[in-house]
Design a protein around this ligand. Structure first.
Ligand SMILES: C[S@@+](CC[C@H](N)C(=O)[O-])C[C@H]1O[C@@H](n2cnc3c(N)ncnc32)[C@H](O)[C@@H]1O
Length: 220
C-alpha cells in the first residue's frame, strides 16, 4: 500500500511545532534536577552529537548538513566544536526560528545557516563533507530513500541515530506519540545495515547506544 508521505510529514511538523520549548529543554533545562534528569535518562541525545563531532574531526570535515536540526542545539555545538560551516534543515518553522535565534545569540550566526524544508523533498545539489540526522529517523516514512537523499548531499560521511526496537518500550513509545498524533518508527540492527548497504555510500559502522544505534558510512 502506498504511504502518504505528505500527510506523515504534516503530522510530524505539527507535533514539533507544538513542542519547541519542551524539546529544547532536553539540552538546557532551567532546573538543576532537569539537567541531571536529561544527562542521566536522555544520555543518547548527548552521545549521538558527541560521536558526530568525533567523526567530523577524525575525517577532517569542515562543512556539515544537520538534517532535522530542531532547535539548532547540535548545529551550534558542532560549529563551536570546529566545523566551519553548518547548515540546518527542518520542517518545523518554530524549530527553525529557535535555531536562528540560538545561533545569533551564540554569535556564530555567520557559520550556521538554517532552512525551513522537508529534507526528502529538497533537490539542492550543494554538498557537505558530512550529513547528519540525529533523532530524525524516528519520524521518517521511508528510511532508505531518506538516507539515499542524505548520501546525495554528502562527500565524506553520512551519519544517523536509529531508535531501537524493544518488546516493551517501543510499543509504549509508539502509543504515546500516536496519542499526540505523531507517527514513529523503530529499527533493528539488521534493518539499519540493509538500508546502508542499499544506499551503498560506504561500509556501514553500527554502534549500540542506550536507546538504539548510531550508524555511519565513510566514503573513501
Ligand atoms: C527529535 S527532533 C531532533 C532535533 C535535533 N536533530 C536534535 O537532535 O536535537 C527531530 C526533528 O526532525 C525534524 N524532521 C522530521 N522529519 C523531517 C523532514 N522530513 N525534513 C526535515 N526535518 C524533519 C522535526 O521537525 C524535528 O525538529
Amino acid at each position: 500500500m502506498a504511504r502518504d508521505s505528505s500527510e506523515h510529514v504534516r503530522k510530524v511538523r505539527r507535533y514539533f511545532d507544538a513542542r519547541k520549548a519542551e524539546y529544547d529543554a532536553f539540552y538546557d533545562s532551567p532546573s538543576s534536577f532537569g539537567r541531571w534528569f536529561n544527562r542521566t535518562f536522555r544520555r543518547a541525545v548527548y552521545l549521538r552529537r558527541d560521536r558526530a563531532l568525533t567523526l567530523a574531526r577524525q575525517y577532517g570535515c569542515k562543512t556539515l548538513l544537520d538534517v532535522g536540526c530542531g532547535s539548532g542545539r547540535n548545529t551550534v555545538f558542532w560549529a563551536r566544536g570546529g566545523l566551519e560551516c553548518c547548515h540546518g534543515v527542518d520542517i518545523s518553522a518554530e524549530m527553525i526560528g529557535q535555531a536562528r535565534s540560538l545561533a545569533d545569540s551564540a554569535t556564530i550566526g555567520d557559520r550556521c545557516t538554517f532552512e525551513l524544508a522537508d529534507f526528502s523533498e529538497t533537490s539542492d545539489d550543494t554538498t557537505f563533507d558530512m550529513v547528519v540526522a540525529c533523532g530524525v529517523f524516528d519520524y521518517v516514512v521511508d528510511a532508505e530513500s531518506f538516507l539515499r537523499r542524505m548520501s546525495q548531499s554528502a562527500t565524506r560521511i553520512i551519519y544517523g541515530s536509529f531508535p531501537g526496537w524493544t518488546l516493551v518500550r517501543s510499543p509504549l513509545r509508539k502509543a504515546r506519540y500516536a496519542l499526540r498524533g505523531c507517527p514513529t518508527h523503530f529499527y533493528r540492527r539488521a534493518e539499519i545495515e540493509r538500508i546502508f548497504r542499499a544506499v551503498g555510500f560506504g561500509e556501514p559502522e553500527i554502534e549500540p547506544v542506550p536507546s538504539g544505534h548510531l550508524a555511519w558510512a565513510v566514503r573513501n
